[in-house]
Ligand binder design. Structure first.
Ligand SMILES: Cc1cc2nc3c(=O)[nH]c(=O)nc-3n(C[C@H](O)[C@H](O)[C@H](O)COP(=O)(O)O)c2cc1C
Length: 211
């Protein structure tokens, strides 16, 4: 873990339990805690491939709230090494995440790559801009899905990030990912074989009826 991520997550209560449990996690930190983390090409490439993420916000009462966001791959756009942005669409019209951001701009993001059993956690400050007030360049850069009308741009000013180990992640694949894999190749092969056999069978049946 980086020093910056630890600075934001290793609170006195967390440090106390780490100490009590004999954990040396606080001694295994990389980089300075005061250095806001810049996304590298690795994080940028990973984020560009994601078609969903989970975003946690906090309300006025201190309750955390987590919601899923989905869209075309890359809909969470990497603006620069410190900034991400996505188009937030009209959905169930509950506006819980947006409402929470009005009182506390801090968010935690969870990005999953199930086939490769990889996850990336991000901590950021969110800035909410009505869609009509966002710059034309930014609006053009944000991929939109088939459903939902964009209502706002949520810009994320990244504070820190952390990669997790694959432990406990069960690999899962989307239907597109299955079709692009060797399983997809085998499926197409069997479909072709099936079509050939059907044609042979119907030709044989036709031959029998005519004789
Ligand atoms: C018509 C409709 C379209 C939706 N489109 C999306 C979408 O494109 N992306 C998404 O992440 N959620 C979509 N949702 C799901 C949720 O409504 C959406 O995540 C919601 O705005 C969450 O708000 P909240 O974060 O305030 O709970 C859609 C829901 C509905 C009813």
């Amino acid at each position: 873990m980086t020093g910056r991520f630890a600075k934001l997550t290793y609170t006195p209560s967390v440090l106390e339990i780490q100490q009590k449990m004999g954990s040396n996690a606080a001694n295994r930190l990389r980089f300075s805690p005061d250095e806001v983390e810049a996304l590298t090409e690795d994080e940028a490439a990973f984020i560009a491939q994601r078609d969903s993420f989970y975003m946690a916000t906090v309300n006025e009462d201190g309750w955390p709230y987590i919601q899923h966001r989905g869209g075309p791959a890359g809909f969470l756009h990497v603006v620069d090494e410190h900034t991400l942005a996505f188009a937030d669409v009209s959905g169930n019209r509950q506006y819980i995440s947006t409402g929470n951001l009005a009182s506390d701009d801090r968010v935690a993001l969870f990005l999953m790559d199930y086939p490769h059993r990889t996850r990336l956690k991000l901590l950021a400050h969110a800035e909410v801009t009505p869609w009509s007030e966002a710059s034309e360049d930014l609006r053009q850069a944000l991929p939109l899905g088939a459903s939902g009308r964009p209502e706002r741009v949520i810009t994320l000013h990244v504070e820190a990030f952390d990669w997790n180990c694959p432990q406990g992640i069960t690999p899962r694949w989307t239907s597109d990912e299955i079709l692009e894999s060797s399983v997809g190749d085998r499926l197409r092969e069997l479909e072709q074989q099936n079509a050939r056999l059907r044609a042979q069978l119907s030709a044989a049946t036709l031959g029998q009826t005519q004789s």
